[in-house]
Each structure stands twice: as C-alpha cells, then as structure tokens.
Write a protein that binds this ligand. Structure first.
Ligand code: GAL
Length: 830
C-alpha cells in the first residue's frame, strides 16, 4: 500500500482515528426543558435549527440583571461580599439547553465500535442515544466521549444532549451550549484507544533523535501492529512491525531512531506524524495518526530551555471566547488571534483557566507557540457559588487525566497547570490537593513540568504548595521576585499573570496623573475616577492588584532568572469588566488588543519589547483632542529605535531616549509585601520615550526615530481628523474557504483618509452573496447593543464585522451610517 501523507490534513485529523465524522449540521435546539426531549420519537419540529459550534447566549440581548454575583474578591483585599454585574458578560448563559440530531448508521457500522466525541459542552452535559442515557460530563471545558455502539440501530438514530448552566458558575463568560465540535468516531472493534498514544522524544542530538511511542490497543485476537514515522515532508523516516495477541487491552512501547531530526521550535515548528496501523489477516482494520514534534525542554534555575536555548516567556493569558462571536470555537478566529499575538511578539500562551478546544493546540503546534494547558480555576473551595468546586471531588481526577491524555502529544504544550489562584492557598492546602493533582499528572507524563498560578505568594511558599509543582507561577508579584529567590533559592518560577492596567482603544483622559490615578486595594468597585467606563489609557489606571506593564518589564530585566511573563490577557474577553461591575460594562479592559481584535496603544509597547523583527515607532494620544486645545498633555512613544523627536506643527519638543533604571525603585524590602499598584513616570520612561508637557494644538504631530548614530530611521504622523467623509470596509483576508468566518474592519475617515476618532454614530450592516452576517463589535466594553444584530455604533471611528461564508463566490457587504455608506465585494469564497 502506498502512503501519501499531507501533514496539514493530518493536523485536522488530529489524534483521532481516520473515520471521524463531524456532526455539525442539522441540529435542533431549544432553551426549554422538555421532559421527554431525550426520547427518540420526541417531536422537535418547532425547535430552532442550529449548526455546531453553537453558543446559545451570545446572540441574546445584554442585560445587567443576568447573573448578578454577590462575591468577595479576597485578592482585592475585600472583607465583605459585594454585588457585581457583568462578571459573566451580562448574557443569559444560565439555564437549560437541549440539542437533538439524527445520525444514520448502516448494519455494517454496528459491527464496528462507534464513539460519540464532544470537544467540550457548556455544561453539565447529559447524553442520550435513542432515548437511552449514555453518560454525563459536568465540566464544560473538557473533551469527552462515550461508546454508543450498543444503543444504535440500523438506520436512523437520535442523539439528544441536555445542558445546564447555573448562575454564579463562572468568573467570566463561559458560553453556553455545544460550543465546540461534536463528532462520531467509527473504528474496528480492535483499535487504538482514543487518546491511546503517547509520543515523546527522550534523546535528541544533531545526528539523531529517539522517538518513544507508548501505545494502547483495545480489542481481541492476533494482529500485526505497524508504526511508521513520517517526516514533515511526508517521507517515512522509521518503521516497525510487531505481531501481538490482544485480550481486551494491550500496551506496547516502541523506540524509533530518526536521523537528522528537524526540531520543532518557535520559528521552525516542524511536525512529524506517527501512523499506527493495525492489521488482521493482512488487512488494515484501524489506523491512528499522532502528530508530534521533536524538541527538548528543560526547566532550570536560571530559566526555561527549548532545544537547549534559553527562551523567556513573552506570554499572554487567553480566555476561550471570540468576543462578539462568543464561545463557539472557530479555528480561523483562533488563528486570527494568534497571528495578532505573534505580531506583538508573543511566543507563549497560558490557556486560562481551563483546557482549550483541541484545535487550539493544533494551531499552537503549527504556529510555533508554547502553551500552558490549565485544568482548573477552583479546587474544593469555591470562588463562585456554583463553580468547579461543586464537581471537584467526583470529577477532578478524570478531568485532569483526560486533559493530559488528550493533549500530551502536542509539542507546544510545555507545562500542565493544575490550578489558578486556588482558594486552598489561604488555608495552606490542608488536604494537600497540590500533591494529589501533581501526582496524577506525573503518572501520565513526566516529560513536562507541572505548575500552578499562585496569587497569594506568601501562603503558597510557606505551605510548600509552590515547591510541590515543578515550576511555580506567581500572579501580579513583580516586587518580590528577588526576595523569593533569596528565600527559596531552589524554586523555579515565572509570572503566570501580569499587568492589570485598564484601557479602551483610542480613549484618553486628561489631566494625566501617573502617580496617583489608580484604584487602591479593597476599592475595586470605586469607579468614580472615570465614571463613563473609559479608563485613562495612559496605562495609569489599574485594578488594585495590578500595575503597569513597565513594572513587570523592569522587574524581569532585573531578575533575569524569572522564566518570563504571561500578560493578563492577550485579548479582551466577555465578562469581568473590572472595575466597572456597576451595570456599566460587560467585557474586560486589561488586554493590549480589544475584544474585536484591534490594537490599543500598549500593543506597541509589548511589540517594541518582544518582537525582535519589528521596527516599532508608535505614539499617543491621537491628535484630535478639541477639548485640550492650548493645554499641556504628555506624549508617549513606544519604539525600538534609540531616540525619537516629537514635532507639533513643525515645532520640535526635543530628541529623547528611554531612561532605563539599573535597579527598579519599587522592589519590596521583604517577601510579605505583595502589594503592587500604580505607574510612576520613572517606570514609564524606562520603556517609553515621553514628552511630558506638550501643548496640544490641532494639526499634525510627527515623531521621528533615530538610530544610535543619530540617522533618521523612521517617522510616524498623527493628524487632527476632519469631517467624516467616507466609510472604509477592509477585509482582513484576501480569500477564505466555504464555511469559514471572515472579519472586516470598518473605519469612518475624513477626506485625507484619517480615521475620524471622535465618530461614535450607529451603522447598519448588510451582508449578501456568499456569506451571512454573524456578529459585530466595536471594542467598547460599555457597548450593550446586541452582538448578533446588524446594528453597531462605531467606537472612536471604528468597528468590526464578522461574516460566515456559506457559498462559493463574492461576499457583498454594505454599511450605512448617517449620510455615509459604502460597499465592499472584494472578498472571494473559494
Ligand atoms: C486574576 C485571576 C484572573 C483574572 C485577573 C484579572 O486574579 O486569576 O482570572 O480575574 O485576576 O486581573
């Protein structure tokens, strides 16, 4: 038999056997809890017709009465519970959802093994086939499968799924429904167990690599097991064949030598495939492909090593939603997010705080992004009333095990996180759950490090929790890294969450006060500073436990043994609109990229520090500030250049440089002092070029960048925008495939093509041709227009539209806003 291997195709087959049938179309859905909905002959004619992935809540109206939570955020120094709105996005994710679909099988299929696979179902799934209860899975983020063979009959079968979300179930928007892929996996009765391969690469030299395969086969009888390793080009690099007798279950371990291995690395994410075939009487009865990478990872006291090279985490945390599209997983939207993150210089992602969709890790493998796979946000002690703590005792072992079995072949995954800011820290983990979970991981994988994100550094250190995991993560503690090293010299650690400054795209507040314009611990609900829900945007407003990005840079530059950082977060997300839990906002403010994927100023800060290939010269504020005419404002420039000079209408404000501090001034005297907070001018000036007192005059501001020799190397201009003149609709991609989601950026511009940054009018959207309208958004967390209706207010001149292609041909998109209108037909669906 001749094998032709297409690596890309293999990726999408992922680690599943070949006969995977996606069940994405022809589902019926209702939010009503019909008693008999599990039964085969139940009449679901009047239910909605939906396709998977589906998020039942994101299409609904925002309402701040949804899921109001009474909570005390200990991290914030609160001593009494407070009511919070919008924490889960002010969307109706709470409630019951039923899904039903038909699935045809032939008589010969019944000779096979048929498994029903859910990549994740939000949440408390109960699954029925032909009226029979098949099983359940409470955790909304975990992949799970059931063997449904015995419930099937030839012809039509009915799959019914009941989901239920409780109020106060989450600290962010969890989504609702069958929001990830559902599939049926058909195999021979003798087959490679689902998630039954584990490929590791224990020895790697330039000349060769040892690839180890642990394989589990289920079934009966004598068979031949053939394993073939294919190079990234699809050429066979190694092969083995073994005769075995299976009696229920059989485990095999094999070593392969691969000559001149092509390493998986951040810039060269080479992927190999290991194809397992089971043969009976010379006939292939099952195949299973495991993509993997050849790479070494080491966790040393002075840093993390990938392929023997020290790599610092330039990381971001990512929640799982796609903003206006909600939690429904679309791989092209995840690719979009990752492209933007890579442009910013990101090399690693912490999937906070739960396992991602499996394709997200495939994409990290393909794009060369390191990943922390995180299991839990709660153990036995809850943070919210109906969170994971309710499931922990019964399910944690299985959930953690399945996360690792599913994900342990991904070269991108370097650490397993057993928890984020778990409340057990405060009681010094009396039941030693840290060891319990850590040990579970170690029985399944010793090639990667275990980790957890600790926010109560002192407690985690004193109780030994931090040293029970291989590598500790600390959230928001840049002031004490040096002290941790001093007192715990053998502890390896990184910053699992950093930042916490708040901003929205293109909104500036004056006067700018760098030293005091911050919330204080215990006052996170005090939103008086900027009551309109638009914080200062000079990175000078932060949540009480947070601080400016500069502070983290300064601490990590000084403490270069820290493995790096994961910014909270890469993208803004639905829910957690801290500090505006006051019926004001429904999404977060933390990220360098807003919820619709557009850069805020701090994107360029990270880019200037992290992206070694980019030449960055970005400054702010924008130059349309009528209320500031004749008044002084600070101008901040993020750049990779040595020096920069600001000109306002031709007048120079001087050539300036950054002013790095040898020893950051905020380092704490002792380890107990965990407090963070604030941005000082000195911290800012270490990572930005600042002109403090610039008299704002309409016209143009130009920043010129110079190299060390003083040669001009770059220039950026910002111009006071004129009257709105036209609307631009730009597609982010030139073509797309049928079924994919595409994104358009809409900008209102003046005659000279400058974005009218003060334009905040509504627009109406129409989509026709090869696509339908899916959602839109504008990056403003206070915007409560329905995300799925074709009306959107532009926010500071711009908005974003998501369309879903359903045919081949051109997509037509038109928008109208006041007396402006525009059409774009350039995007072609292949
Ligand atoms: C952390 C927490 C995150 C998020 C963040 C906001 O304490 O782990 O999930 O809530 O704060 O700053």
């Amino acid at each position: 038999m001749k094998y032709i291997i297409y690596p890309i195709v293999f990726l999408w087959l992922s680690i599943l056997p070949a006969q995977e049938i996606e069940l994405l179309k022809n589902w019926k859905f209702t939010n009503y809890d019909y008693g008999g909905a599990f039964q085969k002959d139940f009449n679901d004619e009047n239910w909605d017709s939906v396709t998977i992935p589906h998020d039942w809540a994101v299409k609904e109206d925002f309402n701040f009465t949804h899921d109001i939570q009474l909570t005390m955020v200990i991290q914030d120094g609160e001593t009494k519970p407070k009511y919070r709105t919008g924490r889960t996005g002010a969307l109706p994710y709470v409630g019951i959802g039923w899904y039903r679909t038909n699935y045809e099988v032939s008589a010969s299929d019944l000779e096979q093994k048929v498994q029903l696979m859910f990549d994740g179902a939000m949440s408390n799934a109960k699954v029925y086939v032909n009226g029979n209860y098949v099983g359940e899975r409470p955790f909304g983020y975990i992949s799970f499968y059931f063997d449904i063979t015995k419930h099937l009959t030839p012809d039509n079968n009915v799959i019914a799924v009941r989901l239920e979300n409780f109020s106060s179930q989450s600290r962010w928007y969890p989504g609702a429904g069958l929001y990830r892929k559902v599939s049926v996996v058909k195999t021979n009765k003798t087959h490679v167990k689902t998630w039954g391969t584990f490929v590791s690469t224990p020895v790697i030299t330039k000349k060769s690599a040892t690839v180890n395969l642990d394989l589990e086969i289920l079934g009966e009888g004598n068979c031949t097991v053939v394993n073939e390793v294919f190079t990234p080009q699809g050429v066979i690099a190694a092969k083995s064949s073994k005769e075995i007798k299976i009696d229920g279950e059989q485990k095999i371990s094999e070593d392969f030598k691969i000559k001149k291995p092509k390493l998986w690395d951040i810039k060269t994410p080479h992927l190999y495939n290991l194809k397992t075939s089971i043969l009976k009487e010379g006939k292939i009865i099952d195949t299973y492909t495991t993509p993997f990478g050849i790479r070494s990872i080491r966790f040393e006291l002075d840093g993390f090593y990938l392929n023997d090279r020290k790599v610092r985490f330039k990381g971001v945390n990512m929640h799982h939603d796609f903003g206006p599209v909600g939690a429904a997983f679309h791989k092209e939207l995840f690719v979009r997010q990752m492209k933007k993150m890579k442009e910013m210089g990101v090399n690693s992602i912490r999937f906070s705080h739960n396992p991602p969709a499996p394709e997200a890790l495939d994409i990290c493998d393909e794009m060369g992004i390191l990943a922390i796979d995180e299991a839990f946000d709660e153990w036995q002690i809850g943070k919210v009333l109906n969170g994971y703590s309710k499931q922990f005792d019964l399910w944690a072992k299985k959930d953690l095990t399945d996360m690792i079995l599913r994900d342990r072949n991904h070269p991108s995954v370097i650490m397993w996180s057993i928890g984020n800011e778990i409340m057990e820290q405060y009681q010094k983990d009396p039941n030693d759950i840290t060891s319990y979970l850590n040990d579970i991981v170690k029985t399944l994988d010793t090639t990667r490090a275990t980790t957890a994100g600790f926010n109560s550094a002192n407690n985690a250190l004193q109780s030994g929790m931090a040293s029970t995991v291989d590598v500790a993560g600390f959230n928001y503690k840049p002031g004490i890294y040096h002290k941790i090293r001093e007192h715990y010299p053998n502890l390896k650690f990184y910053a699992s969450e950093t930042g916490g400054s708040l901003s929205t795209r293109n909104s500036y507040k004056f006067p700018v006060n760098f030293d005091t314009a911050q919330t204080k611990r215990g006052t996170s609900l005090n939103t008086e500073l900027y009551p309109d829900g638009q914080p200062g945007n000079y990175e000078n407003t932060n949540v009480p436990w947070g601080y400016s990005p500069y502070k983290e840079f300064a601490s990590q530059d000084y403490n270069d043994f820290v493995y790096g950082e994961f910014v909270w977060t890469g993208y803004d997300y639905l829910g957690e609109p801290s500090p505006y839990h006051t019926a004001k906002s429904r999404s977060s403010y933390f990220a360098p990229v807003d919820m619709v994927g557009m850069e805020k100023d701090k994107f360029y800060l990270y880019q200037s520090e992290w992206n070694e290939e980019a030449e960055v010269l970005h400054f702010y504020p924008h130059w349309t500030l009528p209320e500031m005419k004749g008044k002084e404002i600070p101008v901040v420039c993020y750049t990779t250049y040595e020096k920069a000079e600001l000109f306002v209408n031709g007048k120079s404000y001087g050539i300036k440089t950054k002013q790095k501090q040898e020893v950051p001034e905020f380092l704490a005297e002792n380890i107990e002092k965990e407090a963070s907070g604030g941005t000082t001018l000195a911290q800012l000036k270490a990572y930005a070029i600042v002109w403090e007192n610039v008299v704002y005059e309409p016209g143009e501001a130009v920043v010129v960048g110079y190299d060390k020799k003083g040669e001009k190397v770059g220039q950026t201009k910002r111009v006071t925008s004129g009257e709105p003149h036209s609307i631009k609709i730009e597609s982010e991609v030139p073509t797309l495939n049928k079924g994919e989601v595409a994104v358009y950026i809409v900008s209102v511009v003046d005659k000279e093509d400058n974005i009218c940054v003060l334009y905040n009018e509504n627009m109406h959207i129409e989509v026709n041709g090869a696509a339908t309208f899916l959602a839109s958004g504008n990056g403003d967390p206070t915007n409560v227009q329905n995300l799925s209706k074709p009306e959107r207010r532009l926010f500071n001149g711009q908005a974003v539209i998501f369309v879903k292609s359903n045919n081949e041909g051109a997509i037509g998109i038109s928008v109208k806003s006041k007396n402006l209108n525009s059409t774009n037909t350039s995007l072609i669906v292949k």
